[in-house]
Ligand binder design. Sequence first.
Ligand code: S5P
Length: 282
Amino acid sequence: MSSDHDRYHHRRTLTLEQRAARCPNPAGRRLLEIISRKRTNLCISLDMTDSAEILSTARLVAPYVCLFKTHVDIVADFSQDFVAELTAIAEEHDVLIFEDRKFADIGNTARLQYEAGMYRIAEWSHFTNAHVVSGPGVVDGLRGAAERLGRGLLLLAEMSSAGSLVTGPVTELAVELAAREPALITGLIAGGALLPDTADVITMSPGVSLAGEDSPTARPAAGDSFGQQYVTPRRAIMDRGTDVVIVGRAIIGAADPVAAAKLHQTAAWQAYEQSVAHLQQA
Ligand code: S5P
């Protein structure tokens, strides 16, 4: 546990509501407002390959989440109608959309992948993310559409998978770029907060499940057969200072996804409230 505290900025100096008021990125500001209003810092990862299934799950869990995370390149019957329907559900329930595209090419190719092709991600996704392995040019490739449309970019600063090489200088570059330009790079994907909360950078953490490795009821340590590793919402939020937890299969794979969404929402929100309790007393 002490290594979490050494690595991550777990101590909050601002509430998410206070951070909304000063957030320099329009999508980030909206997200922080939604989180405070709906009392949910849960992002659902809608990793399903059938558009009807994604839409019906999105409808069911929408009241409990702040963000729908998609991988549109796994949707077998993708169409812009699907996007329009997902957008309508999101608008009705005060949810934003995050296409987890993980751009990783040179800036010009990333720009085309973001704006063109059959997906036209920039047109509908409030957030998208990028690796910085190819250098800072990828951010410049995404910048034009992101600034024009008020989108938020998230950089991969750490990954939840075993043996990840998103470490060392890659992590450092992602953190440096976010710290330098929070109006464009509104967040980092990481295990916990790599910057203090005054940096105006939102941390989102995948690899979260109530059956995570630190769960008192999950033995042996949870994961999958492809190297995914999980911690509980409590550990990600309280010990590692993350803002938003990203949960996929622990909800969409549950026998009752609505019940699982409620449980994850409650656990994540309680952990957040506990992490800011000292501010409200002050
Ligand atoms: O480091 C990462 C980054 C991401 S965005 N690890 C991840 O697992 N993700 C994504 O989060 C991954 O692509 C998947 O969509 C989701 C985790 O899904 P789960 O079913 O394991 O919760």
